[in-house]
Design a protein. Structure first.
Lengths: 552, 441
C-alpha cells in the first residue's frame, strides 16, 4: 500500500515523472542504436564474426589449393607425355624394347640421362617440391623384386627459392653429370613396397592418362621424416604398354613455405588432409600457417563435431580447435578424397566470444552511462533550474530578477502585478471591513436600543391587550377569529398592515394598486371580521398576536 | 610523522612492485608466443630435433605458452650464410632461434644475440662441459649455448672393407695412424685397379691441421686468419694429404662423403660423427648390385707416437634478441632441450657427443638398435678418453676461403690421378695443390 501510495504521489511529482521519461528515452536511444548497428552489420554475434573470418580463410586456402592441384595436374599430363616420348626415343636409339630395359644398366643409365634434365626443368617450373619417374623395370639382379628404376629429383631446400636440386632416386653418376647431387638419403632405385597402392597408380591405369591421375595419402619419403602428397599419372606407350608412372610431390616444407596464408588471425592452421567419418587426420596432413603466426596442431586424428553456423569443433588429446572443413578434388579422375580444413585454437575462439560479449556489455554500459549522464546533465542544467524557478515563483517576490529562465519573467511580473492588485483589494476590503465592523457595532447598539424599545412596546402591547380585552365583546372577538380564518392571504396582509398603522395610501403604494382597491379590501375585511371600528380591529389583532406568542 | 608514513607507504609499494616484476613471467598459455627456428640437425633427412620440437610444443610449450616452429633445415656449413643473407635483407625475418657456429654468431653481431649468461645461472652452467661453453663465448657473452658436439672420424663400408682386408691384410688397426691411413688408401686404390678411392674427406684441411699439430707444428695461423705457408711442418702435413689426393687414393667429397660411400664410389668417409644420421643400410653400386653397409666407425687417425688430437665441432643454440617475452621463451626452450636425459637421448640419436659433465659415461648404458651407432659411440668413447679436443678456429671469412680451397681441389682431383698414372711426378702434382692453397687469400 505504501509503495502504491508512493507511486501515486510520484506520478504527481514533476521530478519523478521526468526521471521516468528520461529512462524511457535512454532505453529507446540504446535500442535505436543497437538496431542501427545491427542493420548496418556493425553488431553481430561473435560466432558469426568468426565464421565470416574462417569463411574468408577457407576461400583463400581453397583457391590456393585449387591453383596448386590444377597446376600439377595439368603439368603432369605434359610430364607423362614428355617422359614417355623420351623413354621411347632412348629405347629406339638403344635398339631395344621396353622389356629389354629390365636388368640393363647401361640402357637404364641412358634413359635416366635423357630424362634427368627435362625432369629437373619440370621441378623448377611446377608448383612442387619434386618430380619423379618410376619405370616398370629394374637394374637390380632380381633379389629385390619390388625394385624399380627411375628418377626422383627434388628441390635442395623446398623452403627457399633455389634452383639447386638433389637426386633422391636414380643413378648417382647421372645426377652428378647434370649437377644434381645425390640426396643424403639417396638410393638408386625405388622400392614399390614403400609406395602406397602402387598397382593402382600404374598397372591398373588405362588411357586416357588424364583420367588416370591419382593422389596418394601423405607418405613419408623413405629414410627421411619428410612427408609429401604425390600426384601420379601413368606413362602409357602408343601401343598401350604401361611404362610406369611419373608425377609430382608436394612435401610439407614446400607446402608451408609456398602457401603461407595471409590472415588477420593470430593463430591459424590450414590443413590438406583426409577425412574419415567424424575424424580428421592431422597426422596425415600437409599443414600451412599464417605469414606471421603459428598454431600447433598435434599430428593425430581429431574428432569432428558440428557446431552452429557451419563451424565444426575438432578435438584431440588435450587440444581443441574450431574451424571449417571442405572437400577437395585434386585432379580429374582422382578418387582419393581430400579435405581442406582451416583451424583456430578453441581457446582463441572462446576468447573471441568472450571478448565480443565483453565488448557488447561494455558498449551497453557505455551507452547507459552516456544516457544517464545526459539525463543527469539535462536534469542539472535544465530541469533543476526550471524547478528552482517554479519554487521562486512561489516566493514573495516571485523570483524577480533571480529567474534562471527569461521565459518565466513575464509570469513573475504578472504574478507580482496581481499580488499588488490583490493587496490593494485586501486593503480596501479591510477598510470596508473595519467600516462595516464599526457600523455593525453601531447597529448592534441600535439593535439593542431597538430591542429595548421593542421589548417595551411588547410590554405595552401586552398591557394594552390585557387592558383592552375587557373593552371588547368576547362574541365580537369570537366572530373576529371566525372571520379571520375566512380572510384571503391578501386580505390578511392588508389587515396586518392596517393593524400596524399603515394608511391606505401607503398600502396602495406598497402593493402598487389603487387606494380604492385597498378600500374595497378593507371593507371586505371589516365585513368578514364583523368589526366596525378601527380600534376594535386593532384590539382584536393585538389579542390574536398575544395568543399566538403565548402559544409559541 | 605524516611524511614518515608516506615514505614507508612508498617504500612498501616499490618493494611490492619490484618483487612482482622479478617473479612475473611474460609467458601465458592463453597468449602463446611463437619462436621460429632454423637448425642443422637432419638436413634433407628429417631430424630428431623436429621430434623434440614437436614434443616441446605438445607438453611444456602448451603449458607455458611457447610454440616453436621450425622454418628452415640447413647444414652447419650453410646456415651462417643464410642467416647473414637474411639479416641483410630487410624483407626477410630473422629466426628467433637458430643453431650455428660461434663465428657465424659473431658475424651477426654480438649485440643482436641473447647472452645466455643472463638466462642460465652459474650453477646451471657448471653442469655443462666448460670447454663446450667456452666455444660459444665472445667478449664474455655466452652467445652459442652448447646442445651437442661432434668430432671427425672415419666411417667405412664394412662389407667392402672386409673384402679388402681379406685380400690385402689391411685391418682397422692400420687406420689408427695417418701413416697407416694413407698407406691403406694406396693399397685400396691399387686393389681396385685405380677405379675407386679409399676415402672421401669432408673437411680435409682439419685433418691436415691436426696431423701438423701432432707433429709438433707451432701456430700456423696468420693474423689475418689464414695459414702461414712458410710453416714447414704444416706444409709436410699438407703434402702427405696432397700426395694421396694426387694419386686418387683419397678425394675431397663432392658434397657429403656419406653419399659417396652409399653409392660405392669410395670405401670410407672421413667426416662429422653426425653424418651417421644419413647413412643407409645398404651400399648400391651403379651396376645395380647392392650389399649391406655394415657401417664401421674408427677414430680419427693420429700421428704415431704423438698425443692424439680431435676436432671439437658442433653448432650451438643462438637466440636473436627481440622482445623480453621471446627471450624468456627461448630460455625455456633451451633449458628444456638441454635437460640431462633429453640431451643424452638427442645426441645419441644424431651421432653427437653430449654436452653435460659426465654424460658421456651414461652412453655406456644406452642400447643402440643400430649397430652402426654402437660402433660410432665406441669410437667416440675411445677418442673422448684418449684424444685432446681442439676447438675450431673462428676467423672472419675463414670458411669461405676453405670452401674455395675445396672447390679448387675438387677440380684438380678430376685430372691429377690420371696425370699421376701417366707418370707425372706425384711430388710435383702435390705441389700444384699447395700452390692452389697458397693462391687463396
Amino acid at each position: 500500500m505504501q509503495v502504491l501510495s508512493y507511486l501515486k504521489n510520484a506520478r504527481r511529482s514533476m521530478r519523478h515523472k521526468l526521471i521516468g521519461y528520461m529512462i524511457v528515452l535512454a532505453v529507446l536511444l540504446v535500442a535505436a542504436l543497437y538496431a542501427g548497428l545491427t542493420l548496418f552489420g556493425r553488431l553481430s554475434s561473435p560466432k558469426a564474426e568468426i565464421k565470416k573470418a574462417l569463411d574468408l580463410q577457407m576461400e583463400v586456402f581453397q583457391n590456393d589449393m585449387e591453383s596448386l592441384w590444377h597446376n600439377v595436374s595439368v603439368m603432369s599430363i605434359l610430364l607423362s607425355e614428355d617422359m614417355t616420348a623420351l623413354l621411347e626415343d632412348t629405347l629406339q636409339q638403344q635398339g631395344i624394347s621396353f622389356e629389354d630395359l629390365d636388368g640393363n644398366v647401361e640402357a637404364t643409365k641412358a634413359v635416366e640421362d635423357a630424362m634427368l634434365e627435362p625432369l629437373s626443368q619440370y621441378v623448377r617450373q611446377a608448383d612442387c617440391s619434386g618430380a619423379f619417374v618410376v619405370l616398370e623395370s629394374s637394374m637390380s639382379d632380381g633379389d629385390t623384386a619390388d625394385a624399380r628404376s627411375g628418377l626422383y629429383v627434388q628441390r635442395a631446400n623446398a623452403g627457399r627459392v633455389t634452383n639447386n636440386l638433389l637426386l633422391f632416386r636414380g643413378i648417382a653418376s647421372v645426377g652428378k653429370a647434370h649437377n644434381v647431387m645425390p640426396h643424403r638419403k639417396w638410393a638408386q632405385e625405388f622400392h614399390i613396397g614403400q609406395f602406397p597402392n602402387y598397382a593402382e597408380h600404374t598397372v591398373q591405369a588405362a588411357a586416357p592418362i588424364a583420367d588416370s591421375r591419382r593422389t596418394t595419402d601423405l607418405v613419408t619419403l623413405p629414410g627421411t621424416s619428410e612427408k609429401a602428397v604425390l600426384l601420379t599419372i601413368p606413362m602409357i606407350g602408343a601401343d598401350g604398354t604401361i611404362y610406369g608412372m611419373c608425377g609430382f610431390a608436394i612435401n610439407q616444407t614446400f607446402f608451408s613455405a609456398r602457401y603461407d596464408q595471409p590472415s588477420n588471425l593470430s593463430r591459424l592452421t590450414c590443413l590438406l588432409t583426409t577425412e574419415s567419418g567424424d575424424t580428421l587426420d592431422a597426422g596425415a596432413a600437409l599443414m600451412t600457417y599464417t605469414e606471421e603466426g603459428f598454431c600447433y596442431v598435434p599430428p593425430e586424428a581429431l574428432t569432428v563435431k558440428p557446431m552452429s553456423s557451419g563451424l565444426v569443433s575438432l578435438n584431440g588429446d588435450g587440444f581443441s580447435f574450431v574451424g571449417m572443413v571442405k572437400s577437395l578434388t585434386a585432379a580429374k579422375g582422382d578418387g582419393t578424397p581430400h579435405t581442406l580444413a582451416v583451424l583456430i585454437p578453441k581457446e582463441d575462439y572462446n576468447l573471441a566470444v568472450a571478448k565480443n560479449m565483453m565488448q557488447t556489455v561494455l558498449l551497453s554500459a557505455l551507452l547507459l552511462f552516456c544516457a544517464v549522464v545526459c539525463c543527469l546533465y539535462l536534469a542539472r542544467r535544465y530541469l533543476a533550474p526550471v524547478h528552482r524557478d517554479l519554487d521562486r515563483l512561489r516566493d514573495e517576490d516571485r523570483g524577480g530578477e533571480q529567474m534562471a529562465f527569461s521565459d518565466f519573467e513575464p509570469i513573475s511580473a504578472t504574478l507580482l502585478a496581481q499580488d499588488r492588485e490583490n493587496e490593494k483589494i485586501i486593503t480596501t476590503l479591510e477598510q470596508e471591513k473595519q467600516t462595516v465592523q464599526e457600523q455593525a457595532v453601531q447597529l448592534l447598539d441600535k439593535n439593542e436600543e431597538l430591542q429595548g424599545q421593542f421589548e417595551a412596546a411588547q410590554a405595552d402591547a401586552q398591557r394594552l391587550a390585557y387592558s383592552r380585552k375587557s373593552e371588547i365583546d368576547p362574541a365580537t372577538y369570537e366572530m373576529f377569529l371566525v372571520g379571520y380564518d375566512m380572510l384571503t392571504p391578501t386580505e390578511r396582509e392588508i389587515l396586518e398592515a392596517l393593524a400596524d398603522g399603515s394608511s391606505p395610501r401607503e398600502l396602495s403604494e406598497q402593493r402598487n394598486c389603487s387606494e380604492s382597491t385597498i378600500a374595497t379590501h378593507r371593507k371586505n375585511i371589516y365585513r368578514k371580521l364583523g368589526v366596525h371600528k378601527a380600534y376594535q380591529l386593532k384590539i382584536c389583532i393585538a389579542l390574536l398576536r398575544q395568543e399566538r406568542e403565548a402559544q409559541n | 610523522m605524516k611524511k614518515q608514513g608516506y615514505a614507508i607507504l612508498m617504500a612498501f609499494i616499490l618493494v611490492f612492485a619490484l618483487t612482482g616484476c622479478g617473479n612475473k613471467s611474460l609467458l601465458s598459455a592463453k597468449e602463446p608466443v611463437e619462436l621460429t627456428m632454423w637448425h642443422v640437425y637432419g638436413e634433407q633427412a628429417g631430424s630428431p630435433m623436429d621430434t623434440l620440437v614437436e614434443e616441446f610444443n605438445r607438453t611444456v610449450g602448451t603449458e607455458k605458452g611457447v610454440r616453436v616452429k621450425v622454418t628452415e633445415l640447413s647444414s652447419a656449413a650453410k646456415i651462417g650464410g643464410f642467416l647473414l643473407e637474411t639479416q641483410r635483407d630487410s624483407a626477410q625475418e630473422m629466426p628467433d632461434l637458430f643453431t650455428c657456429h660461434i663465428g657465424d654468431a659473431i658475424a651477426l653481431g654480438e649485440d643482436k644475440l641473447l647472452d645466455w649468461n643472463d638466462w642460465f645461472t652459474e650453477t646451471e652452467q657448471s653442469e655443462f662441459v666448460s670447454g663446450f661453453l667456452a666455444d660459444g663465448e665472445a667478449d664474455g657473452k655466452l652467445l652459442v649455448f652448447p646442445l651437442s658436439k661432434s668430432t671427425q672420424l672415419l666411417m667405412l663400408n664394412g662389407t667392402g672393407f672386409a673384402r679388402f682386408s681379406a685380400a690385402t691384410g689391411v685391418t682397422y688397426d692400420d687406420l689408427s695412424t695417418w701413416e697407416g691411413f694413407y698407406d691403406a688408401a694406396g693399397k685400396f686404390y691399387d686393389w681396385t685397379n685405380g677405379t675407386e678411392p679409399f676415402c672421401a674427406m669432408d673437411y680435409p684441411i682439419r685433418a691436415v691441421e691436426l696431423n701438423a699439430l701432432e707433429h709438433g707444428a707451432e701456430d700456423f695461423y696468420t693474423e689475418d686468419g689464414w695459414y702461414d705457408f712458410d710453416n714447414a711442418v704444416f706444409k709436410e702435413s699438407w703434402m702427405q694429404f696432397a700426395r694421396a689426393l694426387a694419386q686418387g687414393h683419397i678425394v675431397v667429397s663432392d658434397l657429403y662423403s656419406n653419399t659417396q660411400v652409399m653409392t660405392g664410389e669410395v670405401l670410407s668417409g672421413l667426416g662429422s660423427s653426425a653424418a651417421i644420421l644419413y647413412y643407409n643400410d645398404t651400399v648400391t653400386y651403379e651396376d645395380g648390385r647392392s650389399e649391406p653397409m655394415d657401417l664401421q666407425v674408427v677414430p680419427l687417425p693420429m700421428t704415431a707416437g704423438a698425443e692424439p688430437l680431435m676436432t671439437q665441432a658442433g653448432v650451438g643454440l643462438c637466440a636473436y634478441k627481440t622482445t623480453e617475452q621471446k627471450a624468456e621463451a627461448a630460455s625455456l626452450f633451451a633449458h628444456w632441450l638441454t635437460e640431462k636425459q633429453r640431451n643424452l637421448d638427442f645426441v645419441t640419436s644424431t651421432g653427437y657427443m653430449p654436452v653435460r659433465n659426465g654424460a658421456f659415461d651414461s652412453i655406456d648404458e644406452v642400447e643402440f638398435a643400430d649397430p652402426g651407432y654402437a660402433n660410432l659411440y665406441a669410437a667416440l668413447k675411445t677418442m673422448q678418453e684418449t684424444y685432446t679436443p681442439l676447438a675450431e678456429v673462428r676467423f672472419n671469412d675463414y670458411y669461405s676461403k676453405v670452401h674455395a680451397l675445396y672447390d679448387g681441389l675438387r677440380q684438380m682431383q678430376q685430372e691429377l690421378p690420371q696425370r699421376a698414372a701417366a707418370g707425372e711426378d706425384v711430388e710435383t702434382l702435390a705441389e700444384e695443390t699447395w700452390a692452389l692453397f697458397r693462391s687463396i687469400h
